[in-house]
Design a protein around this ligand. Structure first.
Ligand SMILES: [Zn+2]
Length: 184
């Protein structure tokens, strides 16, 4: 047996002892052709966000937002093909995929066709969950990454620049997170 296989066997045996099920199976989570990792919302993105805010202030929030925008543009590029192939509306597929991967349950409340305003709600967003786990209640919205992801998707669809704002956040005590996207 190769050294890698031996280490894997050891890990599998140990996990069988401490948990009744191993959702990872082979130890690599492969879903819809991409590899994923599991991170507890008790740590992620709470710890990262707190450090970025402590070191860079509001610029730290912007780092998460900018990274989110790039992810959003990539997700659009990835799922628009599936949307076209199956004849599914892009926002329906984005909502379903977001739910499936545990990011939260999204609903497009207002869809601004032809560069109009968008309003999107996300129930149980993982970012807000992470803060609720650790701080119970905060004063300002915390879903900077999610806001960036959604803005990246909105801008990809509309092909113009948008300004994004999180007007409600579960971490502040609101029922859901609500994002408003206004064309620039
Ligand atoms: Zn939020």
């Amino acid at each position: 047996m190769s050294e890698e296989k031996e280490i894997e066997e050891k890990a599998r045996d140990l996990m069988k002892k401490i948990t009744s099920k191993n959702p990872c199976g082979s130890g690599e989570i492969d879903l819809m052709g991409r590899r994923y990792v599991l991170l507890s919302t008790e740590y992620f993105p709470y710890e990262l966000t707190k450090d970025l805010e402590e070191i860079f202030g509001t610029a730290g929030d912007a780092v998460l937002y900018k990274g989110g925008e790039r992810v959003g543009r990539d997700l659009y590029g990835h799922y628009i093909h599936l949307a076209r192939e199956y004849g599914i509306e892009i926002w329906d597929i984005i909502s379903a995929v977001g739910w499936y991967f545990g990011w939260g349950l999204g609903e497009v409340i207002e869809r601004g066709h032809n560069n109009g305003k968008y309003v999107i709600r996300v129930y149980n967003s993982f970012e807000s969950e992470s803060f609720i786990d650790r701080e119970k209640k905060v004063k300002k919205p915390v879903c900077h990454f999610m806001k960036g992801v959604l803005n990246g998707i909105v801008e990809s669809i509309e092909v113009v620049k948008y300004k994004a704002e999180e007007t409600k956040c579960r971490a502040k005590g609101d029922e859901y997170c609500e994002f408003v996207f206004t064309p620039l």
